[in-house]
Design a protein around this ligand. Sequence first.
Ligand SMILES: [Fe+2]
Ligand SMILES: [Fe+2]
Length: 205
Amino acid sequence: MGFPLDYETPREWVALVEREPERLLEDHAHCELKAASSAHALIAKNPERTELVRDLADIAIEELEHFKIVVSELESRGGRLGEQSENLYAATLHRRSASTRESLVLDRLVIAHLIEARSLERFHLLAEHATDGRLRELFAELLPSEAAHQGFYAKAARSLFGRGAAEARIAQLRQLEGEIMASLPFDHTVHSGLVGAPELAPVER
Ligand SMILES: [Fe+2]
Ligand SMILES: [Fe+2]
């Protein structure tokens, strides 16, 4: 599968999360909620950009729908949504992006694009390789709109800041995303890293 990231997650990750699917689902429900919050925050920072605001509002609604779908699957398995824990992956991306006041909106769009791309990569793995049929169906159902979000954020960055500036920042932050992946443990969450993964091969470019 071609995807715009520096490291590809090995499919053994699916077997790892399938040992404790409730942990994956609880973490992921919070991720969907955070994705809605990120869209809200971008609206608040860009109230004058009418078209962007409308598209982001649609995304926020979709992310909340995803949140409900994931929580309902969690509850049907006897799990319950607990307190939100820090998403080290996203927090580190934001912290280490070294955004300036001027680059903040571009950076938020690019980071949202990368986070959606990583989520999408993991959703593909689950939709194709999970042995649990309900997990396969759930992530196959979420996949198309996350693919659209990934494309939307990159397109918005290009149209608001120009192709050259957007592509340059995407390349820089993609490299940072790879460094973060290579520093976080291979674990049960959609945004876990690759330390301890059975194979860690950079994607051929
Ligand atoms: Fe989502
Ligand atoms: Fe999304």
